[in-house]
Ligand binder design. Structure first.
Ligand SMILES: *Cc1c(COP(=O)(O)O)cnc(C)c1O
Length: 473
């Protein structure tokens, strides 16, 4: 009998071929007849290898990470411990009666997020912000189907995150872009000009991606509702407003949150995340199933929603992200408000410190983030925003978000979050000032940056034209 182990030497005294099924069905070419070429290394060597790799990486634990819009705040390590508790390690197919603890946590998190957003019903299923957006737009689509209206258009401001138009398009809508005004806010006249009975919704984030609060939000929501349209709130910037206001008060009908941004899950590198979607009462029946419910005795997964768009994620969603968000909310309690307060204070502090050295496209008080432009450096010294971002890496700082939002040339978008100390921010200011000075006196130093990172300057053009997408080259 040919078995998987027959051709290996086995281990003295142990018969590795016992209980192994016959594998005659495997094509001969699939069966190895020589040892697998794995390196023979000790545990210590393996450990050193991975530690060395991890040292090459940049992370929030290593330095300042002001990546605008991404909210790279510090995520308390106790959340990691809690999310890995053995009791949460359930088989996804266990019955609800055997998953009461996990379901209760999800139910309580739903309740907490409903309080924080002011909304009426919620799903925890979507696994990212963009996934939440698509879920929300599908809900809006189905709502209009249910009332027999075939509205095709979704309005999106030109400052929006790129996922907004992508999600609306994926849900089957046509996109109508509207311009921002000179204050970096939605131009209400431009909105009125495109508003007709074919408009299903507007997608907005508030504060918007310029870090500016949309003062006209109530007027906008009234206009939309009068027109029979709905409002979608991209909650990725929620870190700016927690406890101060909420999307319901602003007049929104659907909102997603990025638990991995505002509610403390380490992110970057692609996940995992969670993008719960909350809705007003009249959209409750359209949520994806199951939603987590409580009948007074038992927590259970409720599949019984009349107009549900169906399921958008298997099993319990990204459950460990939900655990982290729940423990973060419980730990913070009323201090969630202070997190937003400090995030806004820190951003305004940095903006004021930097504004004599870099130009501000909108010199307004900002919320939790702000945008500067490297245009002056580009035109006067030939140093672009990309060069500035790379020079920052030499200052033990992750580059900010660059070239976004698209409406600002040479944009540099900075979000310090609430986690940083004044000392750390002052260090960042010093680095930014010395880059601005060096751009004038010694631009070559900035143009050839970074100098101290494990990988130095890369050939961007070749990387873009001939990407090597293999894991093993
Ligand atoms: C991050 C972000 C998104 C998308 O969220 P993901 O979780 O990355 O899919 C959408 N809008 C804004 C404003 C964001 O910052």
């Amino acid at each position: 009998m040919k078995t998987i182990f027959e051709k290996s030497n086995g281990i003295d005294g142990i018969n590795l071929t016992d209980n192994v099924e016959n594998i005659d069905f495997l094509p001969a070419s699939f069966i190895k007849d020589s040892a697998v070429g794995l390196p023979q290394v000790s545990e210590l060597e393996v450990m050193r290898h991975y530690k060395e790799l991890s040292d090459l990486n940049f992370c929030i634990e290593k330095g300042f990470y002001p990546l605008g819009s991404c909210t790279m705040k510090y995520n308390p390590k106790v959340n990691e411990f809690l999310s890995s508790l053995e009791g949460f390690n359930l088989h996804p197919h266990v019955e609800d009666s055997m998953a009461q603890g996990s379901l209760k946590l999800m139910y309580n998190l739903q309740e907490a997020l409903l309080k924080i957003t002011g909304m009426d019903a919620i799903t925890l299923q979507p696994s990212a912000g963009a996934h939440g957006e698509m879920t929300g737009m599908m809900i809006i689509k189905k709502y209009f189907d249910s009332i027999g209206e075939d509205r095709k258009k979704v309005i999106i401001p030109d400052s929006a995150h790129g996922t907004n138009p992508a999600s609306a398009k994926m849900a089957g809508f046509d996109i109508v872009e509207i311009k921002s005004n000179s204050k970096g806010q939605v131009d209400i006249d431009a909105l009125k000009a495109v508003l007709d009975k074919d408009v299903a919704a507007i997608m907005m984030t508030n504060p918007n991606t310029l870090g500016i609060f949309e003062e006209g939000v109530k007027e906008i929501s009234d206009l939309m509702h009068e027109n029979g349209s709905l409002l979608y709130y991209d909650g990725a910037n929620f870190n700016a407003i927690m406890g101060y206001t909420n999307p319901k008060l602003m007049g929104f009908d659907v909102v997603h949150l990025n638990l991995h941004k505002t509610f403390s899950t380490p992110h970057g590198g692609g996940g995992p995340g969670a993008g719960p979607v909350a809705v007003v009462e009249k959209l409750k029946e359209f949520l994806p199933t199951p939603v987590i419910a409580f009948d007074g005795k038992q927590y259970y997964r409720n599949y019984n929603l009349k107009n549900s768009i169906g399921s958008v994620k298997d099993f319990y969603g990204n459950f460990s992200v939900l655990v982290r968000a729940y423990s973060y909310i419980l730990m913070m309690g009323k201090n969630l408000k202070h997190a937003s307060e400090n995030a806004v204070l820190n951003a305004n502090y940095l903006k004021e410190k930097l504004k004599n050295y870099y130009d501000l496209p909108y010199d307004e008080p900002c919320m939790h983030e702000f945008v500067i432009t490297g245009e002056r450096q580009k035109h006067e010294n030939g140093v672009s925003t990309l060069n500035i971002a790379k020079a920052l890496m030499d200052g033990n700082t992750h580059p900010p978000t660059v070239y976004f939002p698209l409406i600002v040339h040479e944009a540099i978008m900075i979000e310090p979050t609430e986690s940083e100390t004044k000392e750390k921010m002052d260090e960042f200011v010093e680095t930014m000032i010395s880059i601005a000075k060096e751009a004038k006196t010694n631009p070559e130093q900035i143009l050839s940056a970074p100098h101290t990172t494990p990988v130095k300057k890369i050939d961007e053009v070749t990387a873009a034209r001939h990407p090597d997408l293999n894991y093993i080259s």
